[in-house]
Design a protein. Sequence first.
Lengths: 115, 112
Amino acid sequence: DGGITQSPKYLFRKEGQNVTLSCEQNLNHDAMYWYRQDPGQGLRLIYYSQIVNDFQKGDIAEGYSVSREKKESFPLTVTSAQKNPTAFYLCASSPLGAGPLDTQYFGPGTRLTVL
Amino acid sequence: QKEVEQNSGPLSVPEGAIASLNCTYSDRGSQSFFWYRQYSGKSPELIMFIYSNGDKEDGRFTAQLNKASQYVSLLIRDSQPSDSATYLCAVIAGGGADGLTFGKGTHLIIQP
């Protein structure tokens, strides 16, 4: 089964704690992305990576960190510096590594709640 | 600042009718346009993409692009209750290195 998996589906965190969200894909896609979605809002880009060991900040990178040590994996860490982390987090991947002909496909998402 | 604008709705359409969803974008250099469907609590699912001016049809769905007016639309023919969802318009601007810019979505309700 090819696809994008995210874990966990639901995550609860106490204030002041760092948490890491997992994203794995077996589609052999070069590019991977992290988005955040708040209720009634569109998706906002946090970080993206077009190649292993390289990544770029998106529009709202503050308080987040990522790594891309393997092509298949792009974990996102939500740090205690992120002031309002409660949101729906979506991971996506695309085959062409950005460019105007690229198409992104999404994982099922992780819903993070800060208590 | 790249912007993608959609009417948030809700847009209510009778079953069997045509649903028309609209989207405008600010970056004239935008090259690629995508429509995603998102059910409540789920992740977005790609419906269609369009790159060239004009119409592109796929089953009950038709995407329309007018780059001069910076306008893209999605028509859903023979609307079904299962089409009830939020529809997100997304744009890749310029060379595409920055990924997708999303609108906030239009909430569509198909009334049986």
